[in-house]
Design a protein around this ligand. Structure first.
Ligand SMILES: *Cc1c(COP(=O)(O)O)cnc(C)c1O
Length: 377
């Protein structure tokens, strides 16, 4: 069955008593026990809540995992996964990483004895060169933020299996609709569900799916022990968002493809990063491995003063952080989302003072192009 169909069906079978088509919001902290030593399967909402469980089962099904987990944010999800490691462990990480993940690794987890080496994970030789005796895992973004490099998961997972490393894939930009990391060798997929999964810029959430049941049990132990779980209302909103994942993604990708072409031909745009363009270095690989190119575009304008002009003059497209929702958003990564990446690394990656990042929404494409046209004039 297509992922779009699975997505619509989340929670549908949940309430067999009334036949409610959507999963109820179980706004409760605790659950009555039917008898001594007995449980309905739910005892306390940190440990498990039916609305959250419907979401967790849903993401596991979308990803082909054995179990899913929902957290209060994408960062909470990633922080929980880092608890799988212990002092002395070394991880190899995608270099143009989401700024918040970089901050979590370099400012917090390194204090607890974890170490991280940043490499271009679209380059297998670079990953191999970074291996150390203490390396235990590789953490990649399947499509990177903001420069949209694509990770070759089958090749990376081959390397991980040879070296007995865990492979964790942040698949936020692609979602299971375009790529299922667990199918191509990842052990864990993690998402900021705030973005495409929930999809409406109305809630902050994180989800994880895991393949191996034993590993899933460890993840559950940490989820329950730390408690950064997603509340029932937000779980419901995330499910509601996921139901339209397929149609939103189709529309957003269509718009992004056209806008990327249009930007490429604009005289005041000097560079466009979009993997759907045949000029993108990962275009061919991504065409093979992914069901689409996503809807994020990064581009460079001809000079720095144009950055502020575009951010302030776009009307339909809001100057705001975040991405993946139905509303188009534009941001300036150097200052807004990637300020926590060390300057030297930013410069090497190409996150500079003329780079803008556009999250393309579901508006009419001609209207979006018209908005960009007047903002660039
Ligand atoms: C936004 C984002 C995160 C963090 O998720 P939050 O829900 O904001 O905590 C992690 N990874 C990527 C790729 C993101 O875009």
């Amino acid at each position: 069955m297509n992922i779009a169909t699975h997505a619509v069906q989340i929670g549908l079978e949940w309430d067999t008593r009334t036949g409610a088509v959507t999963v109820p919001i179980y706004q409760t902290a605790t659950f009555r026990h039917p008898g001594l030593g007995q449980s309905t399967g739910y005892d306390y909402s940190r440990s498990g809540n039916p609305t959250r469980q419907a979401l967790e089962n849903g993401i596991a099904r979308l990803d082909g995992g054995t179990r899913g987990f929902a957290y209060s944010s994408g960062m909470a999800a990633i922080a929980n996964l880092m608890l799988l490691f212990k002092s002395g462990d070394h991880l190899i990480v995608t270099e143009d990483l989401y700024g918040g993940t970089c901050r979590l690794f370099d400012k917090i987890f390194c204090q607890y004895g974890l170490s991280f080496t940043y490499v271009d994970t679209s380059d297998i030789a670079a990953i191999t060169a970074a291996l150390q005796p203490s390396t235990v895992a590789v953490f990649v973004e399947t499509l990177t933020n903001p420069l949209l490099k694509f990770a070759d998961l089958p090749a990376i997972s081959g390397l991980c299996k040879q070296n007995n490393l865990l492979l964790i894939a942040d698949n936020t930009f692609l979602t299971p609709y375009l790529l299922r990391p667990l199918d191509v060798g990842a052990d864990i997929a993690v998402y900021s569900a705030t973005k495409y999964l929930a999809g409406h810029n109305d809630t902050v959430a994180g989800v994880v799916s895991v393949k191996d049941p034993e590993l899933a049990e460890k993840v559950y132990f940490h989820q329950n022990s730390v408690g950064a779980v997603l509340g029932p209302q937000d779980s419901w909103l995330t499910i509601r968002g996921i139901k339209t994942l397929g149609v939103r993604m189709d529309r957003q990708q269509y718009n992004a493809g056209r806008i990327a072409e249009w930007l490429s031909a604009h005289p005041r745009i000097t560079k466009v990063y979009y993997p759907g363009l045949t000029s993108h270095p990962d275009h061919a690989l991504m065409k093979q491995q992914s069901n689409g190119f996503g809807a994020m575009i990064a581009f460079e304008v001809e000079n720095h003063s144009l950055v502020e002009q575009v951010l302030l003059k776009t009307e339909l497209i809001s100057f705001a952080e975040s991405l993946g929702g139905v509303e188009s958003l534009i941001t300036f990564p150097e200052v807004q989302t990637h300020a926590d990446i060390p300057l030297e690394l930013r410069a090497r990656l190409g996150i500079n003072n003329v780079l803008l990042r556009l999250s393309v929404g579901i508006e009419d494409c001609d209207d979006l192009i018209e908005d960009l046209r007047q903002a660039l004039a």
